[in-house]
Design a protein around this ligand. Sequence first.
Ligand SMILES: Cc1cc2nc3c(=O)[nH]c(=O)nc-3n(C[C@H](O)[C@H](O)[C@H](O)COP(=O)(O)OP(=O)(O)OC[C@H]3O[C@@H](n4cnc5c(N)ncnc54)[C@H](O)[C@@H]3O)c2cc1C
Length: 323
Amino acid sequence: MVNFEYVNPKTLESVPALLSKKWDETMLLAGGTDLLDMLKERLVQPQRVINLKSLPGLSYIKNGAGLEIGALTTIAEIAEHSSVRKNFAVLAEAAESIATPQLRNMGTLGGNLCQRPRCWYFRNKDIVCIKKGGSKCYAVDGLNKYHCLFGGGPSFIVHPSDAAPALMALGASLDLLGPNGKENVALADFYELPVDNIRREHVLEPNQIITAVKVPQPAPGTKCTYLKFREKQSLDFAIVSVAAVLQMEGKVCRKASVVLGGVAPLPWRAEATEAELNGKTLTAEVIKKAAEAAVDKAIPMKQNSYKIQLTKVMVKRALEKLV
Ligand SMILES: Cc1cc2nc3c(=O)[nH]c(=O)nc-3n(C[C@H](O)[C@H](O)[C@H](O)COP(=O)(O)OP(=O)(O)OC[C@H]3O[C@@H](n4cnc5c(N)ncnc54)[C@H](O)[C@@H]3O)c2cc1C
C-alpha cells in the first residue's frame, strides 16, 4: 500500500475541512470492509484517510416520530433492533441479508450506502474501465451475467447495497455535512446513473459526509418486505432483490413503493409496478400484471436475460407475501 496520513478527528464539524475537494485524495474510513479492500488492491491511493470511528455520537438508532439512524451504526445493530424489525421490516430483512455476521458487525450504514460497485472489471486494478477514467465498459462485449437490465450505458454496473433499495422504498433521506453546512437529501435524489458524473455513483461532494439516515414513520396499514436472490446462500450480493412497501386497507393497496436491487446502476424504482398496484384490490391477476410490468423496459445484455424472469418472480413473491 502507498503511505497515507491517518487522521482521528475529534469533532464532526472538523471533518469537511480535512477532506479534499477532489475525489480519492482523502477518504473516509468507517467499518473499513470495503475501503480496506480498495486500498489493498490499489484501486484507490489516498493521501489521507480519516477514521470516522474516532467521532462520538454517530452510532445510534432512534424511533420516535420516524426512524433516525446514525451513519456509523453497524448493519448488525440495524438488523437486530426491535423497533426496526417491528416497524421497518423491509430494512431489517435487507440488513440481515447483507454479507456475513462478521461483515455486518464491522460494516456501517454510511459505508454500505457509499460502497463502490462490485463489477469485476471495476475491481480489477489492471483494467482501466470507463468508471476509472478509461474509455469503455468492458462488460458490454465481455462477461456481463451480473450486469444491469435498466439504466445502463455508458457504464453497466449494478448498485451493490441491500440497505439502499429498502431505504428508498421507505422514502428515506440522508443528512449530509459539508463545508457549507448541513443539508438533507432524499435518497431517491442521492444516487445517479453513471452518465455525466461517470466515476461516482451519487451526488455526494468529495468533502461531504453522511451523518444520518432518516425514515418517515410508515402510514397505518403499511406492510413491507425485502426479498433477495443470490447465488450463494452463505453470503452474496443480490442478483435481483425487491424492496416492497405497500400501504394497505384490507386487500386494497392505497400506495405502493417498489424498488429493485441488483438490476441497475442505482436502486431502481419499479414505477410501472407501482402504477399497476395503486388503488387496486391485490388479486392474483393484479399481482401477476404488476410483476410483469416491472420488466417492461428491461434491456438485457448478452448473458443476463435470465434476470428478467427472475425479477418477475421476485416481485410476484414479494407482493404475495404482503397480501
Ligand atoms: C465478502 C463481502 C460480501 C458482501 N456482501 C454484501 C451484501 O450482500 N450486501 C451489501 O449490501 N453489501 C455487501 N458487502 C458490502 C459491505 O456491506 C460493505 O463493505 C459495508 O457495508 C461498508 O461499510 P463500512 O462501514 O465497512 O464502509 P467502509 O469500507 O469504511 O467505506 C466504504 C465507502 O464508503 C465511504 N464512507 C463510509 N462512511 C461514510 C460516510 N458516513 N459518509 C460518506 N462516505 C462514507 C468510504 O469512504 C468508502 O468509500 C459485502 C462486502 C464483502 C467484503
